[in-house]
Design a binder for this molecule. Structure first.
Ligand SMILES: NC(=O)c1ccc[n+]([C@@H]2O[C@H](COP(=O)([O-])OP(=O)(O)OC[C@H]3O[C@@H](n4cnc5c(N)ncnc54)[C@H](OP(=O)(O)O)[C@@H]3O)[C@@H](O)[C@H]2O)c1
Length: 249
C-alpha cells in the first residue's frame, strides 16, 4: 500500500461521494491528502479516518465556486505539503431539467462550479506541476459529457462537454512538463448528487433511474482513478468511461 508514498493530492468534493472515496483510496496508497469542500464536519471526520489509518490529511473548507478560494486551496496545499502532485477535480452539482423549465441561476451555478472552478484549479495546480516537472490532473466529467439525456441534461451536458474540451487542451499543453491528464466519465453512481437536483419531478425520476440501473458505487470510480494515477510515468490514461452494466445510454 505504498504506490503513492511521498505524493500529495488535492481532492475537491471530498466531503461525499466520489471525492470522499477517492481521498480514502489515494490515502491508503500513502498519498498526503488535502480535502476540499464546504461541509467542515464531513471533512474533519474524513481527515480523522485517514489519520486513524496511519495516513496524512488536511481539511480545506472552501466554497470553490469562488474562484479566488479555488486558487487559494491549491496554494494552501503546496504550503502544507511542499508539492502538488495530484489534483482530483470531483466537486460538482447536477441540476437537470428541460431547457424550457431551466432555472438560469442553476445553469450559472453549475457552469461556475463544474467548469470554471475546475479550470481554475487545473491552471493553478499546473503552475506548480510545471515547476516540478511532474503531476497528474484528474477531471471528473460524466457520460453526459458525451451523450445527451433529452429534456434533462442540456445545462449539465454543456458544463461537462466543456470539461472534456478543456481536459484535452490541458493534456496537450501539459505534455511538455510531463504532467498527465485523465478524464473520468461515470454513468450513474449512487451518491448525494441526484438528491440535490432542484427540479422535483426530474429529481424523483433520476432517483428512480439510479435505483433501476443498479448504479455504480463511489468506490468503483475511486478504483478507476487509482488505476490511472498508479501507472508508470510513460502511461497517460487519457479517458475512462464507465457505466453500470444495466445503463443503456
Ligand atoms: N453521481 C453520479 O451519478 C455522477 C455521474 C457522473 C459524474 N458525476 C460527477 O462526479 C463528481 C462528484 O459527484 P458525486 O456523485 O460524488 O456527488 P456528491 O456526493 O454530491 O459530491 C459533490 C461534492 O461536491 C462538493 N461541492 C459542491 N458544491 C461545492 C462548492 N461550491 N464548493 C466546494 N465543494 C462543493 C460537495 O461538498 P460540500 O457540499 O460539502 O461543499 C460534495 O463533496 C461531480 O463532478 C459529478 O458531476 C457524478
Amino acid at each position: 500500500m505504498t504506490k503513492l508514498l511521498g505524493k500529495t493530492a488535492i481532492v475537491t468534493g471530498a466531503s461525499s461521494g466520489i471525492g470522499e472515496a477517492t481521498a480514502l483510496a489515494l490515502a491508503a496508497e500513502g498519498a498526503k491528502i488535502a480535502l476540499v469542500a464546504r461541509r467542515e464536519e464531513r471533512l474533519q471526520a474524513l481527515s480523522n479516518k485517514i489519520k486513524n489509518r496511519g495516513g496524512q490529511a488536511i481539511s480545506l473548507v472552501a466554497d470553490i465556486a469562488d474562484l479566488n478560494k479555488a486558487q487559494q486551496s491549491v496554494h494552501q496545499t503546496y504550503d502544507a505539503f511542499g508539492s502538488v502532485d495530484i489534483l482530483v477535480n470531483s466537486a460538482g452539482v447536477m441540476f437537470l431539467s428541460s431547457i424550457a423549465e431551466a432555472n438560469i441561476t442553476d445553469w450559472q451555478n453549475m457552469i461556475q462550479l463544474d467548469l470554471l472552478s475546475l479550470m481554475t484549479l487545473s491552471k493553478t495546480a499546473l503552475s506548480y506541476m510545471q515547476q516540478q516537472g511532474s503531476g497528474h490532473i484528474i477531471n471528473i466529467s460524466s457520460v453526459m459529457g458525451r451523450t445527451i439525456w433529452a429534456r434533462r441534461s442540456a445545462g449539465y451536458s454543456a458544463a461537462k462537454w466543456g470539461v472534456g474540451a478543456f481536459s484535452e487542451a490541458l493534456r496537450q499543453e501539459a505534455i511538455a512538463s510531463n504532467v498527465r491528464v485523465t478524464l473520468i466519465e461515470p454513468g450513474a453512481v449512487d451518491t448525494e448528487l441526484s438528491h440535490n437536483i432542484t427540479n422535483p419531478t426530474v429529481k424523483e425520476e433520476v432517483l428512480g433511474y439510479v435505483a433501476n440501473v443498479e448504479a455504480l458505487e463511489s468506490e468503483d470510480i475511486a478504483s478507476a482513478i487509482l488505476y490511472a494515477v498508479t501507472q508508470p510515468n510513460r502511461v497517460n490514461v487519457n479517458e475512462i468511461l464507465l457505466r453500470p452494466l444495466k445503463q443503456e445510454f
